[in-house]
Design a protein. Sequence first.
Length: 227
Amino acid sequence: MFLSSHLSFLVQFYFFFAFGAAENCFLVVMGYDRYAAICRPLHYTMLMTKRTTLGLALAPWIVGFITAACPTIWISTISFCFPNYIDHFFCDYSPLLKLSCEDTSRGEFTFSVISWSLTLGCFCLIMVSYTFIIFAVLKIPSVEGQKKAFSTCASHLTVVLIFNGTIIFMYIRPNSHIRFTLDKVVSIFYCVVTPLMNPMIYCLRNKEVKEALRKVFMSQRITARGG
């Protein structure tokens, strides 16, 4: 990727990490929503008031935009060497640092602290929600009720594992300054695969969507047999 404009890659860098941080926080919010629905169903409407839901919707955006500001400001102050080609398909943190002519150890440490705090913090909060959910579901006497309760969490937990697994591998693993070609493949998962999977994972839980897909497959079978 050719860095033709200093401002353009800073804008891409900022919004990429801002949206990534916001998505991580939204996963926490969704985990809390499932906790409230399963563990405290009678108090759900009291817990999830309009004011609370508005705050939960705005908080991830605020956290994301604030979190991404610090590394972006620091990146804007360092100098880059030629050739200005980045060994990646977007302006990621580590490939950008490889083009720097300066000592980037302080910035790397700051970025690591931010990454560890946000990613592991969000992941731990989600796991806390699911710990309470598991204990609550296990108390349900019927197996059918347990399956129904777990099914409401399956899609969200799938996205959490895929998204956080790739993020942890890329940004908070040991020796994160050592990069391999595999990193580009892993990056595709949280840049492309996870956003594409979100609609499919969440929509397939919807009964209307399942029924519509069933009708489409049935009509195709009938057409194929008739042909």
